[in-house]
Each structure stands twice: as structure tokens, then as C-alpha cells.
Design a protein around this ligand. Structure first.
Ligand code: URA
Length: 501
């Protein structure tokens, strides 16, 4: 029996190195005892050395790309069986490449459940981490310092830290958890596996949260089950507003009855003037919450960064709510800014021609941008495009994430480096990943190509023709992937070559 001792704190690499060596040496799953450090059965039993790699030709262990995405999530799970389960899947994948498509398979189903639980935990972390300011005011490096405490079910701190780095880039912060910590100081993201003690985090701003929460609570709209589903009780103890919830729920019914019983009072005189003014206002549209129309309305008033100040309007994405593919550009150009629609100017024409030649119906796909306001520099009567900076991209990612959450495309196409940076946490070079399908969260795939306006800027005619041809080939590949997606629920195992583990 080979015994493997792992730190087991959500790092894929340590499991992968051991699994690769074991699989290459032909050690079957039932002959491996996977243990997490600190949980050794026999305190005096040393881990056995991993088997040496077989002599002669190195055995190459390959897996479908979807397995890597799955394994990255599953290793974060806190179930001690996760290493064994992953190794058994790896072992079985060597003789059955389509195994992950068999949703009824017990191993696949268990791994998918673990993946789901990790994703849910990660989602809760992004929703319920509450930073509290520590120290007083600005520190030596000119930045404010914040601390948050969170209690995840799984080892997700390292996995989620880049999300917080992007969202809270302009402040120093530490997120402490019993499963390790992450810290950001404006330059470096530091991760630690050491369990943290719960700090004392009372904050003068807590009463603001509580006042805010009590004021937005509408007793007439109370859906206690949905509310508790979204904010499960175990997170309450770390939310300043949570202890108000039972009281608000308990008092909701009597408040609604009191509201209904209250007599309508005569308006005061000056109200007539206000009512007259209100009657003359154009009727406010109010799309149902959770719809694309509501999101578009909300984004129309976006002031998350300074770009709204000079742009004509927010240029939101457009396309069907159930589009399988989402194309993401950089930001609206001059004509898009005036028209309020993405990709209707010169770059849009290049895009339209390439998609239609590839047999893609633009009306069937969702088209949007990483940044929703036009950034430009006025020069005489002209407005010259300026590339958005990473801060602006990070602010606008709020909207792009919401669009992705709502549309749930199976394939996202990043056109250009800005879209690529917005859609991936890693700093990838476009030329390294162009034409590839990269796994994203939730089983989604990302395809990377150039931005159509890059083609418009190439001065050399021959080079330009070559690049236009390449762009069209990318569109054809996207069309091919779209037809694969149309056939299967899970695209990942069928596209791309097998990846080296
Ligand atoms: N360039 C983009 O990235 N998006 C548009 O909508 C237009 C030009």
C-alpha cells in the first residue's frame, strides 16, 4: 500500500504531483492510502516514498481539460475522501476518455457534488465577507487597512483571493479564516495555510449596516425561506445586521396589517404642487428584478468609475437571454456611444462580416463589452479612443459578471486583451492563448481571439489580409464549438485536445 501525505489545503499541485507519479507507476487506486497531514492513522508511520517513475519511455498521463477544472474545485473540498476519489477518476479516465460525460456514474456524481458545494461556499464567501477598518485612517503607504473574518466550509481561501484582489484593489486587507488567510497590500497577494483565530471585530460602521438593513427590509415582501436560503444561518454570526433578522421576520405580519389598516390621510397643501410635477414626469420603466432589462436599467445609471462622466450613455450588452455564446469586446467606440448599442461602428462591421461568413447568426448570440462607457480624449471635434485602465475594467467587471450569471452562456469569446484580462484572473498573454478553449467557472469555456479593431489598424495590406483570414478562421472554430455545444450539455470534454496532467 502506497501512503501519501498531503497538506490538503486546496492546492491541486501537491495532489497532482503524487497522482501523476502513482499513475505512471501503474499503482491502482485501491493500493493508495491518501492522508491529510495531522490526520495520520498511525502517528509513527512515515509516508512511503512515491514509486519511482518507470524506466525507459516516460509514461504521459493525460486528462480532458474538464478534469483539471473539476479537480481544482474538488481538492478544495474538506471531505477526506476527495484525494482518493480524484485518483480513481484519473485512473479510470486513462481507459475511458468520456467518463466525465456519464453523469450517472457514481464517482462522477460524487465529484460533481463536491464541486458544487465548493462553488457554493465560494459564492457565499464573495457575498458575506465584511471588511472592517482597522487602525485609524490612512496608513504609511497612503492606503486604508481592513480586516475580515469568514468561516468557509472548504479550503477556498486561495481560490477566492484573486476575486477580492480585483474588487478591493485600492485598499490593504486581510481575510482571516480557520482554514488559512489571504492578504493584499497593493502589490502582493500573500496566502497562508495557518488557521487563524477569530479576531475581535466590532466596528463603528456596524450600526450603518444595521440601519441600512432595517430600512430596506419591506415586511410586505417578506419571503422568509428564500431569504434564509440566500443567507444561511451559519453566516449570521459574522454579519452585523444578522441579529435584526428574527425580530424583523417576527414583526412583519403585524406591520403589514397595520399598514393596511392605516387610513389614507389628506395630502398637505404643498404636496399638490409636487404631485403635479410628478404627474408630468415621463413614466418610469421598472423591469422585473432579475431580468436582463432590469440589469440594463440599473447599469444605465452606473457611476462605479469616472468614465460615466464624459460618455453619452452606458452601452450595455445585447442579445437573447438564452444565448449559448457571449462575445466580449473592449469598450464602446464613438458610434456605439452615440447609438447606445455595442459593435455598430467600424469594428462592428468587421465583426458582423466575420460572424456571418462563419455562419453565426448575430441575433442568436449575446454581444457585450468589458467596459460599458466610452473612454476617449477630445481632440478638436473628434473623440479619440483611449484604452480603459485595469481599475476601470475591474469596476465594470461587476456588470459583466452579472451578464454572465444571467445569460449563462456555455461559451464566452474574449475579443482582445482587455476582454481577456476582465474574464480571467490569470495574467494571460493573448498570443499564448489565442484560438484555444480555456475552462472557466461553472463548466463554461472561454475562447480567445483578437479584437476586430486591431484588424482595422494594421497598415500593411498583406499582413492585414492574413490577419483578417485568421480572425475568420477563429469565428469558424467558434461556430464549430457552438454546434458541439448544441449537442451536449457539457462541452468541456469534447473540445480541445487531452491536457497533460
Ligand atoms: N469596440 C468594442 O470593443 N466594442 C464596441 O462595441 C465597439 C468597438
Amino acid at each position: 500500500m502506497a501512503r501519501v501525505l498531503l497538506e490538503g489545503r486546496g492546492e491541486l499541485a501537491e495532489w497532482r504531483d503524487a497522482a501523476r507519479a502513482l499513475a505512471a507507476a501503474g499503482v491502482p487506486p485501491e493500493d493508495v492510502d491518501w492522508r491529510k497531514m495531522g490526520c495520520e492513522a498511525d502517528l509513527f508511520a512515515a509516508p512511503e516514498a512515491l514509486p519511482p517513475p518507470p524506466a525507459g519511455d516516460q509514461v504521459r498521463i493525460t486528462v480532458p481539460p474538464a478534469f483539471i477544472a473539476l479537480a481544482e474545485a474538488v481538492v478544495c473540498h474538506s471531505d477526506p475522501m476527495r484525494f482518493f476519489l480524484l485518483y480513481r477518476l484519473l485512473w479510470r479516465l486513462q481507459s475511458d476518455r468520456t467518463l466525465l460525460e456519464v453523469v450517472s456514474d457514481e464517482d462522477v456524481a460524487s465529484a460533481r457534488m463536491m464541486e458544487k458545494s465548493v462553488r457554493r461556499d465560494a459564492h457565499k464567501m464573495t457575498a458575506f465577507v465584511r471588511f472592517k477598518e482597522v487602525g485609524s485612517g490612512i496608513s504609511l503607504n497612503g492606503r486604508r487597512k481592513f480586516l475580515a473574518w469568514f468561516e468557509p466550509d472548504h479550503h477556498i481561501v486561495a481560490r477566492e483571493a484573486p476575486f477580492f484582489q480585483k474588487r478591493f484593489n485600492d485598499m490593504d486587507w486581510v481575510i482571516a479564516t480557520p482554514k488559512g488567510s489571504a492578504a493584499w497590500d497593493g502589490e502582493r497577494l500573500t496566502l497562508s495555510n495557518e488557521p487563524c483565530e477569530k479576531p475581535d471585530l466590532t466596528d463603528p460602521a456596524d450600526h450603518l449596516w444595521r440601519t441600512y438593513y432595517a430600512n430596506i427590509f419591506n415586511p410586505a415582501r417578506l419571503k422568509a425561506k428564500a431569504m434564509q436560503g440566500e443567507m444561511p444561518k451559519k453566516y449570521w454570526k459574522n454579519l452585523p445586521e444578522a441579529d435584526l433578522i428574527p425580530g424583523l421576520i417576527a414583526g412583519a405580519e403585524s406591520k403589514v396589517l397595520a399598514m393596511a389598516a392605516r387610513q389614507a390621510s389628506e395630502p398637505l397643501l404643498f404636496h399638490e404642487r409636487l404631485q403635479e410635477a410628478a404627474r408630468n414626469l415621463p413614466a418610469a420603466t421598472c423591469a422585473p428584478v432579475g431580468t436582463l432589462a432590469a440589469l440594463r436599467e440599473e447599469a444605465a445609471g452606473c457611476t462605479r468609475c469616472s468614465l460615466h462622466a464624459n460618455a453619452t450613455q452606458t452601452v450595455f450588452g445585447e442579445g437573447p437571454r438564452d444565448a449559448q455564446v457571449m462575445f466580449v469586446g473592449e469598450q464602446p467606440g464613438d458610434q456605439e456611444d452615440l447609438a447606445g448599442r455595442p459593435f455598430v461602428g467600424p469594428a462592428g462591421k468587421v465583426f458582423d462580416q466575420a460572424v456571418s461568413e462563419a455562419g453565426i447568426d448575430r441575433q442568436a448570440v449575446y454581444v457585450t463589452n468589458a467596459v460599458k462607457h466610452f473612454k476617449y480624449e477630445p481632440r478638436g471635434k473628434r473623440r479619440i479612443h483611449q484604452r480603459p485602465n485595469m481599475g476601470e475594467v475591474a469596476h465594470c467587471r461587476w456588470w459583466l459578471d452579472l451578464e454572465i450569471d444571467l445569460i449563462e452562456p456555455k461559451l464566452v469569446v474574449a475579443m482582445g486583451a482587455t476582454a481577456l484580462a476582465s474574464l480571467t484572473d490569470a495574467r494571460l498573454r493573448l498570443s499564448d492563448v489565442r484560438g484555444h478553449a480555456i475552462p472557466l467557472a461553472a463548466g463554461r469555456m472561454l475562447f480567445v481571439t483578437v479584437h476586430p479593431s486591431y484588424l482595422l489598424r494594421i497598415p500593411d495590406e498583406r499582413l492585414k489580409a492574413e490577419e483578417v483570414t485568421r480572425f475568420r478562421q477563429d469565428m469558424m472554430e467558434i461556430q464549430r464549438l457552438m454546434s458541439v455545444l448544441g449537442e451536449s450539455d457539457s462541452v468541456a470534454p469534447r473540445i480541445g485536445d487531452g491536457k497533460s496532467l
